[in-house]
Every structure is written in structure tokens, then in C-alpha cells.
Design a protein around this ligand. Structure first.
Ligand code: PLP
Length: 372
């Protein structure tokens, strides 16, 4: 299986070590093991239990407690609907390797995490890419989707809330997407790794799993739950899909680490606290970013409604990779160029890192824009 370089991960690996102000990340409120255990009623007891965990293989499909805790994030899931993976990245890979075969057609909605078209391409699936429309607030153009999906379409691939734009699919649009998929008997795989980080109303937007009988949701503890180091993700899908995925999974996962399984349940059982803290970071930082964008003549954006990233449009005659390299060389400020997500003249910014560092980086970027 030949697969092309993962643009986002390659860019970050190559440049983050040398930057002074990293605005390319996507995480919020990272927790330590201590922070997590302190959320429980009995720090000493939990610590002793962790020290006691025997490091044999754990339960193959993950503990029942963990799968039940993940199922509780959905309105209609039971533990049998959940398959545990190594992060959302592992969850997405397993879903594609299980369900997509050479010659299948899929429709992938960009900009999106590259897995959602590169893995199907590597399996020799025919990938139709359609793009969110900035002029529609980064919503999907339903006519375009309708024209792209046919009876041959095996799957529609979405990311909601979306990285990089921070957009959330409007309810009516989501319902219409489901109708288009249903008419054509296509799966919808929706990467929901930022679900739980809607800035207004219920932090948990509607999951594709709950609203569509062929809906597959992938998620993880990396963003909403501030624990990317646990490498714990999942797939929520109809039973027959989970059964197929678990056949593939046996070749890739065996099981997740027992300590990770244990800590993951602590996080899920304390989700309200973690999410409250994360949302207050998202909102406070976004306010600062919004003031900055409004005062910066060369930059526009659609204000994000969810997640941790914004997609800044710049008014300069310079490809985004060149801009990012020049800016980073001259100032140490690092963004992710839109080109690696196939949208030129944009920069992906993670705005939920350290507040003062982010503010300083934006000031430096403003100064740089004045002379460039
Ligand atoms: C949309 C999306 N999906 C999946 C992932 C991978 O996340 P994880 O750390 O859970 O593997 C990321 C990471 O940035 C992401 O942005």
C-alpha cells in the first residue's frame, strides 16, 4: 500500500522544534496524571490502584467500564457499539481499512485531516473531493454534495466540528446530508474528535451515530478531554460495522494500555469539569483573536463556533508555505500553511495555547505584516 506524506503531520514535525511561538497546535488545557487523579474523591486510593495495575495485556476490546463511559457520550449507543483504538487517528484508519476497498467511490469534504482522503486513495478508492465554502460560513454546499454522491458512493467523509475552520455543521444541513446519504445507501463517517467543544449551547453537537443508521463517529480523548498523551480513541458505529471493524482491529491493536484504559474512565467520568475549563479557555482566547482579526486589515476569517482552531485568510501575494517559512525564519511565529490542507491563502491557527504567548505572537505577526 503506497501512501503519500501526511502534509499536516510532516509540517509540524519539521518546524515545531525551531519555532518560538507555536500557533500550529490543536490541543487545549493539557492535563497531567496528577491533575486527572485530583479530580477524583480519593487521590491516595486512586494512586494506589494505579500502582497496582498489572501490565499484562488488558481486556482485548477495552474494559466494559471504558466502553460504557464512551457510549454515554452518545444518545443511543451501548458498549457493543464502541470499538477502542489508538487515538482518533487509529479509529479513522481502522474504519477506512475495514469498509473501503479498491474501486469504491467516496466523497470527502475538505479542508479536513488528511486521513479522510489519503487513506482511501492509498486503497485505490476513487475519491471525490468537495470543499466547504468560506462564503457560506464554511458550510457544505448541498447542491454540490447532491451532485457528487451517487448510488456508487460507499461513504461520505466529514469532520464536525471542523479542523481547521472551527465551523459546526448547521442542524438543517446535517439533516440534509443524512438524507442524501440515505437515498444513496452510503455510510457517513464523521470525525468528531472536537465534539464536546461547541462554544455555545450544548457543548456536544449532534453525533452522526445518533442521527443516521449508517453513521460512524470517530472520537478520542485528545482534544475535548485534554489527554492526547493517552492515545485513546474510538469508533461508535452500528453493531454489524463494529463486528467487521473488530476483525480488522485484531491485526492492528490487540488492546490499549491498561493504565490508559483506567485513566480514560477517570477523564470521562469527570468530563463536565474538563470541558468547562476547556470552553472557558476557548472562549477567552477566541475573544482576543477576534479583536486582533478585526483590527488587522490584511486578515479576515469566519469566526469559529467550536473546537480550537481558526482558519485565517490573508491578503498577500505569497503562497502559504512560503509565508509560513518566511514568517517563522524572521520572527519565530509558526502557523500551519493552508496549502497542506489544500486551501491556499489561509493559515491554520490553534488559538488555545498559552494566552500571553498567543497574544505576543499575534502582535509580532502584525508588525511583520506591516513591512511585508
Ligand atoms: C480532525 C482530526 N482527527 C483526528 C486527529 C487525530 O487525533 P488523535 O490524537 O486522537 O489521534 C486530529 C488531530 O489533530 C484531528 O484534528
Amino acid at each position: 500500500m503506497k501512501i503519500k506524506e501526511f502534509g499536516v503531520e510532516t509540517w509540524i514535525n519539521n518546524y515545531e522544534k525551531d519555532c518560538k511561538y507555536n500557533l500550529s497546535g490543536t490541543c487545549v488545557g493539557i492535563l497531567s496524571v496528577e491533575d486527572l487523579i485530583k479530580m477524583t474523591d480519593d487521590f491516595e486510593k486512586i494512586l494506589a490502584q494505579i500502582l497496582d495495575i498489572e501490565l499484562g495485556y488488558g481486556e482485548v476490546y477495552g474494559s466494559l467500564k471504558l466502553r460504557n463511559n464512551i457510549a454515554s457520550l452518545y444518545e443511543t449507543a451501548e458498549y457493543q457499539n464502541i470499538s477502542i483504538a489508538h487515538g482518533a487517528i487509529g479509529a479513522n484508519s481502522l474504519a477506512y481499512l475495514t469498509l473501503i476497498e479498491s474501486g469504491d467511490e467516496i466523497v470527502s469534504v475538505l479542508p479536513v485531516y488528511e486521513q479522510h482522503y489519503s487513506i482511501p486513495e492509498s486503497i485505490n478508492a476513487k475519491v471525490k473531493k468537495i470543499f466547504l465554502k468560506e462564503e457560506n460560513g464554511w458550510q457544505i454546499d448541498l447542491n454540490e454534495l447532491e451532485n457528487s454522491v451517487t448510488k456508487r458512493t460507499k461513504m461520505i467523509c466529514l469532520n464536525n466540528p471542523n479542523n481547521p475552520t472551527g465551523a459546526l455543521i448547521d442542524d438543517e444541513i446535517l439533516d440534509a446530508i443524512v438524507e442524501i446519504a440515505r437515498k444513496n445507501d452510503a455510510y457517513i463517517l464523521c470525525d468528531e474528535v472536537y465534539r464536546g467543544l461547541s462554544h455555545h449551547g450544548n457543548p456536544f453537537s449532534r453525533s452522526i451515530f445518533d442521527i443516521y443508521e449508517k453513521g460512524i463517529s470517530t472520537g478520542s480523548l485528545s482534544k475535548t478531554f485534554s489527554l492526547p498523551g493517552l492515545r485513546l480513541g474510538w469508533i461508535a458505529a452500528p453493531y454489524e460495522v463494529i463486528r467487521k471493524i473488530n476483525v480488522q482491529r485484531d491485526y492492528h491493536v490487540i488492546c490499549v494500555g491498561r493504565i490508559n484504559d483506567y485513566l480514560a474512565s477517570i477523564a470521562l467520568e469527570n468530563k463536565d469539569r474538563i470541558i468547562k475549563n476547556n470552553l472557558s479557555i476557548c472562549k477567552k482566547h477566541l475573544e482576543m483573536l477576534d479583536d486582533w482579526v478585526n483590527s488587522e486589515p490584511g486578515i479576515t476569517y469566519v469566526k469559529p463556533k467550536a473546537g480550537t482552531t481558526a482558519f485565517l485568510k490573508y491578503d498577500m501575494n505569497l503562497p502559504s508555505k512560503d509565508l509560513c517559512l518566511k514568517l517563522q525564519n524572521e520572527t519565530g511565529v509558526m502557523f500551519l500553511p493552508g496549502e497542506v490542507m489544500e486551501v491556499e491563502n489561509h493559515l491554520r491557527m490553534g488559538y488555545t495555547g498559552d494566552y500571553k504567548t498567543t497574544q505576543k505572537a499575534l502582535e509580532i505577526f502584525s508588525d511583520w505584516l506591516k513591512v511585508n
